[in-house]
Design a protein around this ligand. Structure first.
Ligand code: PHE
Ligand code: ZN
Length: 874
């Protein structure tokens, strides 16, 4: 156990700093063994601070070389260093402080601050990484104008980048020297620096006001043929933000850099986004359609941050969802506009209902605006991001498209250049629309997933339907007795002909016609629908209008009807999911049978060429094991796995002809392109193949043949996965070997190869995972590799992770301990599956808890791991 327990910090303790830093001038001298950093800070005392107040700077893993205040070198007594701080005395109302420090980027395995990745240098400063570069007021409410000088060996580092505009560039005596100046004030977490021998792909964009912007993507030389798609996605994002939000780009240059070693997906540094290479590089031979869509979404996300995050930033890290929730909402709408909106909504709802609901039901549950944390890195969560986005989406439903835009315009206008809170955002929405959102704000303060219970009664004589909705929200750590939240229920009443009935509801004020939303704002409310001439079928929470669980019994007949006829695509899919959940639960009790009328509906869907193929693919995909687990009080992962497999097998076996016909119909001779129509067709084709392989030997032969003839990674990978999952071990082994041979030189493809195996129920046994960890392609220092093997194992190969003797848990705990020292952020993220121990059947629960206790005993736990483990054991 660590000697001093890390302390939590609280939102309620927020105070402005005693000084601001108006100007920051940095000089980096990159040398082989270390880097010298000189920082000149123009400090200005905060009006609220006492004259003579000390300046308290944060710093971590820094060697302090010198300190000069207003031209005078400081000596002992005029400053103090603490373990992670520097206190300087004697500042005037305006003072200049010069700090020189030495840092060791090559030894930085945490990948925060300045570090080396392969032959290049790069930075990651969000959330608190800048303090590993120099002593600073490393907090987002301190916004400064940055000038950056970089000096490095000219041969090794032809490319030297930082934020803003390049204002000087020369080579002098073998040294490459550049100066970048960023005219926009920004917090230190948006600072970035890159140095390397990189190739660049360039393009241009003309903004809505006719300004010309240079677009550049920098990559290592071997990746220059993988930049086209990201560049195209960037231009589409820039146009979309102008059209949808009226937001124009504000520098003459926008750069993206791809790096292989990166803890997260990407980072929105001002004018210089840094991307995990897996989230930006693609060509048809190496990237799947899913990878293309992820790249499009992440490029957009980071670009959109230029306004929602950079121009208007967060006052403190408790406001993280201010930028992340809003920006995820923005990128989700963008993706919906570029592709199938319904399929995008289904994907997002799936993440909410599996990953986020599980977080809400576990020991790390926290509100969208948390009130305390030990390590902020642990709060880059699905709650902050995805639930935060859902909350913004509910505002959009409540205010309507135009009202929402008025609110966002006011928000950007009012707060441009400021560091603000989530409530400033809500206030702008209120002021622009003259509404009172007091009740709505509870979404930000209360953790947990609300449960809505539905009761309906139809009175044929009165031609009335009475709908009673009640809500409750379970206790979460530190929170009980929650208040009712404002829940928008988008709904339709469907007649026997499949058409929506006209809605006339009392109280009329609870209904918004434009968005078809009923407002549930109290613990229980009854709504009366008039003029209802037949017993309608209810379609509730259309478009996943609120992130809630719904308790509503509907008959299998009703669900089958909705699956075929609901005008809302999301609810068609959801009806199918609910049906399948009921089959899986029946299978767990040994009484499942696929009824002929169900089989016929599936057959019709497969043959229906009027439907979007990607949508059909969603409709026929079984709920994941993780989602199924959400419905059991005590989770038995092995039983869930077996039951799901049985249902899958039954569907495959009874529709062999239909799947093969669908597959044949969607075969295409067109050249591969990552465009929506093709991607949609491939998704259904490859789903059909996956079922066909399970249903017949012909399917297996077809999969092998598709693997051999594929000219793109989507088809090659889908065939490989189908063969691996078929259980045909000889063929699987052969193809996996071929695949590695073909791709061993391409790190991103090798990562896919690792994760297909590690996440597979057929292969992902503990002993096999150990072999993968020892494979030459694996590397503990690279987060993508760690995720590809250990992340895939613990989150997907559930039947092996939850092995009865606890060996799966032990493997993961060992990995967490190993990474605790080298990369605490990744260690803490990897822990998530172990935090779910309370939900498991007793035998497994005990074994998992024992592993957490073993981690807790470790001497030098990082704050990151300590926070997750200690909260999980409470
Ligand atoms: N702010 C980044 C994003 O959402 C995510 C990130 C957080 C990246 C912390 C690195 C470190 O796009
Ligand atoms: Zn973000």
């Amino acid at each position: 156990m660590r000697d001093a327990q890390p302390k939590a910090i609280y939102l309620k303790d927020y105070q402005q700093p005693d000084y601001w830093i108006e100007r920051t001038e940095l000089t980096f001298e990159l040398q082989d063994e270390y880097t010298l950093v000189t920082a000149q800070l123009d400090c200005v005392r905060n009006e609220q601070a006492q004259p003579g107040a000390a300046l308290l700077l944060a710093g971590q893993d820094l060697e302090l070389l010198s300190l000069v205040l207003d031209g005078q070198p400081l000596t002992a007594g005029q400053y103090e260093t603490g373990e992670e701080s520097l206190t300087v005395h004697g500042l005037q109302e305006r003072s200049q402080l010069e700090i020189q420090t030495r840092i060791y980027p090559a030894k930085n395995t945490a990948l925060e601050g300045l570090y080396r990745s392969g032959g290049m240098y790069c930075t990651q400063c969000e959330a608190e990484g800048f303090r590993r570069i120099t002593y600073y007021l490393d907090r987002p409410d301190v916004m400064s104008v940055f000038t950056t000088h970089i000096i490095a060996d000219a041969a090794q580092f032809p490319v030297l980048l930082s934020n803003g505009n390049l204002v000087a560039d020369c080579v002098d005596d073998g040294l490459h020297k550049v100066t970048w100046h960023d005219p926009h004030k920004k917090p230190a977490y948006l600072f970035a620096l890159v140095a390397g021998d990189l190739r660049v792909k360039e393009d241009r964009f003309t903004t809505m006001n006719g300004r010309d912007v240079a677009l550049k993507i920098f990559v290592e030389p071997q990746n220059i043929d993988k930049t086209d798609y990201a560049l195209d996605a960037l231009k589409r994002s820039m146009r979309w933000d102008e059209e949808t939000y009226g937001r124009e780009y504000d520098l003459d240059i926008f750069m993206i850099v791809a790096v292989d070693d990166f803890n997260m997906g990407a980072m929105e540094n001002k004018g210089l986004n840094i991307f995990n290479s897996s989230c930006v590089l693609a060509n048809p031979a190496t990237a799947t359609d899913a990878a293309y869509q992820r790249i499009e979404a992440i490029v957009a996300h980071e670009y959109f941050h230029n306004w929602s995050g950079n121009r208007v930033t967060c006052r403190d890290w408790f406001q993280l969802s201010l930028k992340e929730g809003f920006t995820v909402f923005r990128d989700a709408c963008f993706s919906a506009d570029m592709n199938s909106a319904t399929v995008k909504r289904i994907e997002d709802a799936n993440i909410m209902r599996t990953v986020q609901f599980a977080e809400d039901g576990g020991p790390m549950a926290h509100p969208v605006q948390p009130d305390s944390f030990i390590e902020i890195s642990n709060f880059y969560t699905v709650t902050i991001y995805e639930k935060g986005s859902e909350v913004v989406g509910m505002l959009h439903k409540i205010l309507g498209k135009d009202g929402f835009r008025k609110g966002s315009d006011l928000y950007f206008e009012r707060h441009d250049g400021q560091a603000v809170t989530i409530y400033d955002f809500v206030q702008a929405m209120e002021d622009a629309n003259h509404v009172d959102l007091t009740l709505f704000k509870r979404w930000y303060k209360q953790a947990g997933t609300p449960v809505v219970t539905v009761n309906s009664e139809y009175d044929a004589d009165a031609q009335q339907l009475r709908l009673t909705l009640s809500q409750r929200c379970p206790d979460t750590p530190g929170q009980s007795n929650k208040l009712a939240q404002w829940i928008p229920v988008q709904l339709g009443l469907i007649g026997a002909d499949g058409q929506d009935l006209a809605i006339d509801v009392e109280p009329a004020a609870a209904w918004t016609e434009s968005s078809q939303v009923l407002h549930l704002t109290e613990a229980e409310q009854t709504f009366v629908f008039n003029g209802i001439s037949e017993q309608p079928r209810l379609s509730l929470f259309r478009d996943f209008s609120a992130p809630v669980k719904v308790e509503f019994e509907q008959s299998a007949d009703d669900l089958l009807f909705l699956l075929q006829h609901d005008s809302d695509g999301f609810n068609r899919w959801d009806a199918g999911q609910r049906l399948m959940l009921s089959w899986i639960s029946a299978a767990q009790q040994g009484r499942f049978e696929l009824l002929p009328q169900v089989r016929d509906v599936f057959a019709r869907l497969l043959a229906d060429e009027s439907l979007d193929p990607a949508m059909v693919s969603c409709l026929l995909t079984l709920p994941s094991e993780a989602y199924i687990a959400e419905f059991s009080a005590q989770v038995d992962p092995l039983a869930i796995h077996a039951a799901r497999k049985q249902v899958q097998q039954a569907i495959a076996a009874s529709l062999v002809k239909e799947f093969s016909a669908c597959y044949q119909r969607l075969q295409s001779t067109a050249a591969y392109a990552p465009v929506p129509a093709q991607m949609s067709a491939r998704s259904l084709k490859n789903l059909a193949l996956a079922y066909w392989v399970k249903g017949s030997a012909d399917g297996l032969a077809q999969a092998v043949s598709q693997y051999r003839s594929a000219d793109n990674m989507t088809d090659q990978m889908a065939a490989l996965v189908a063969v691996v999952n078929s259980g045909a071990s000889a063929q699987a082994e052969q193809l996996l070997g071929d695949f590695y041979q073909q791709w061993s030189q391409d790190a991103l493809v090798v990562n896919q190869w690792l994760s297909v195996q590690a996440g597979s129920a057929e292969l992902g046994r503990v002993e096999f995972i150990q072999q993968l960890l020892a494979h030459p392609a694996f590397d503990w220092r690279n987060p993508n590799k760690v995720r590809s093997v250990l992340g895939a194992f613990a989150n997907q190969a559930l039947c092996h992770f939850h092995r009865e003797d606890g060996a799966g848990y032990r493997l993961l705990a060992d990995a967490v301990l190993r990474l605790n020292d080298s990369n605490p952020q990744i260690a803490a993220r990897l822990l998530t599956p172990l935090t779910k121990w309370r939900r498991l059947v007793p035998e497994l629960s005990e074994l998992m808890k024992a592993e957490l206790q073993r981690i807790m005993q470790h001497d030098a736990l990082s704050k990151d791991v300590y926070e997750v483990v200690s909260k999980s054991l409470i």
